[in-house]
Design a binder for this molecule. Structure first.
Ligand SMILES: [Zn+2]
Length: 118
């Protein structure tokens, strides 16, 4: 099992929930709803702090798909990273792509789309 505290385990599960929400947002956006011309979609921040910060992040669809291709990657607002759970691998002014630390991967690995991380 993991050495993560309950608090971080809970937060990681919240992040997995927001991932589900964002999957839905993406489906709606792609299925013909008008969305921004530059190809970005307004996703929910996936930081998962205290049930979610409720903030929006503008992420290009291409980048989002890239993030979702791995089940331990998430996208959050700059500054919303939690070092105990994840480390940033890609920064922009609008969003940060984070990769889960090994201790947290088992919590989020049920992503139906994601490939197992190595
Ligand atoms: Zn956040």
């Amino acid at each position: 099992m993991s050495e993560l505290s309950d608090r971080f385990a809970r937060q990681a599960r919240n992040e997995a929930l927001f991932r589900e929400v964002n999957e839905r947002i993406e489906q709606l956006a792609v299925s013909g709803q008008p969305w921004s011309v530059d190809g970005s979609i307004e996703f929910m921040c996936e930081c998962g702090v205290d049930g979610g910060c409720g903030e929006r992040i503008s992420v290009p669809l291409q980048v989002y798909e890239h993030v979702r291709a791995q089940d331990d990657r998430f996208v959050v607002r700059p500054g919303h990273e939690t070092p105990e759970l994840e480390h940033a691998i890609e920064w922009t002014d609008d969003y940060v792509v984070v990769d889960k630390v090994a201790a947290a991967e088992w919590i989020v690995e049920d992503d139906p789309r994601g490939a197992a991380s190595s």
